[in-house]
Design a protein around this ligand. Structure first.
Ligand code: HMG
Ligand code: MG
Length: 298
């Protein structure tokens, strides 16, 4: 029933840091990414090539990728909303990128300044250049269980965009509960619908913990066989275009749950806590993770 193995995609250096008031320097980001690289994580989203006017915290992503001592066997990825972003990513040595769309028109407009269908057109150009350069493309769909502007979101709207992204060439689609409003029932209804269009091996769960539901929603997704989970060390995160969206589910919390279920991840908690302490100290606050706080207090 549950997958035996789960691949954790660490999104803290991107999804987390994009929403912090304090913009980190490239060397601070690199230190965090290196500590994360010591944990056994195999996938780390390390930045994004978006407009610095829209998300100033990510403006130094090129510098980060260029100076990063990329480890063998670890995939470091970046968000690229358009060709301009992909070109900059390639120039910085990035080998995997992600395009990001949404299940609602309002969120699409606020986040990437275009409609859903225009976004898919932009992604086509990204796919074609990515293919030419042997770059893997992941896809995100935001607002899968609720939208800050439109409220309820139909699972069918999510299935439709997810299928389009897979048909266009994404090797995986990550389902973003951007504002963390999902519940286990909503997660179930969502997956019942999306699984009609996309096979489970191509799905990832990207849940924010705004309402404290992320772990139980992930448990529900695991019951459906989802075996890729996005999370952020120390519970960093949010989205600059979704007011009130708090952090991604903490990697420490996900790891503790999976370890307790006997699901293997290859990630070592002790090493993860080092990354958690480093970023929390740098930001001047405690980790937003019950597990991290409990373990660090021992
Ligand atoms: P636009 O204004 O429609 O684009 O923005 P444009 O093509 O008209 O360009 C406007 C300006 O941006 C120009 O500069 C371009 O050169 C520049 P200006 O002439 O004004 O000086 N520009 C760029 N600069 C750097 N890199 C680029 C780039 N493209 C254009 N790639 C655009 C469209 C997509 C660029 C903009 O809306 C944008 O950057 N949006 C990014 C928003 C973002 O990063 N949001 C957070 C990530 S998504 C997320 O967090 C959700 C997720 O975690 C899943 C979940 O939780 O649901 C993934
Ligand atoms: Mg997110």
């Amino acid at each position: 029933m549950f997958p035996k193995k789960v691949s954790i995609v660490e999104v803290g250096p991107r999804d987390g840091l994009q929403n912090e008031k304090l913009a980190l320097t490239a060397s601070q980001k690199i230190k965090l990414i290196e500590l994360l690289s010591d944990t056994g994580l195999k996938r780390i989203e390390a930045g994004s090539f978006v407009s610095p006017k829209w998300v100033p915290q990510m403006a130094n992503s090129g510098e980060v990728f260029k100076a990063l001592n990329a480890r063998e066997g670890i995939q470091y990825s970046a968000l690229t909303p358009n060709l301009r972003g992909l070109e900059a990513a390639i120039e910085s040595g990035v080998k995997e990128v992600a395009v990001f769309g949404a299940a609602t028109e309002s969120f699409s407009q606020k986040n990437i300044n275009c409609s859903i269908s225009e976004s898919l057109k932009r992604f086509e150009a990204v796919f074609s250049m990515a293919n030419e350069n042997d770059i893997k493309v992941r896809g995100y769909v935001s607002c899968v269980m609720g939208c800050p502007y439109e409220g309820e979101v139909s699972p069918e709207a999510v299935s439709k965009v997810s299928k389009s992204m897979i048909d266009m060439g994404c090797y995986e689609v990550s389902l973003g509960d951007t504002i963390g409003v999902g519940t286990p029932l909503k997660t179930r209804l969502l997956l019942e619908s999306v699984l009609n269009e996309v096979t489970v091996d191509k799905l990832a769960a990207h849940f924010h913990d705004t309402y404290g539901q992320a772990l139980v929603n992930l448990y529900t997704a695991l019951e459906y066989g989802v075996s890729t989970i996005d999370s952020a060390v120390a519970g960093l995160g949010g989205c600059p275009y979704a007011k009130g969206a708090s952090g991604n589910v903490a990697t420490e919390d996900v790891l503790y749950m999976l370890d307790g279920m006997g699901v293997s991840t290859g990630v070592d908690m002790k090493s993860l806590l080092k990354a958690s302490s480093y970023i929390s100290d740098t930001l001047g606050r405690a980790p937003i993770s019950k597990v991290a706080n409990a373990l660090l207090a021992k």
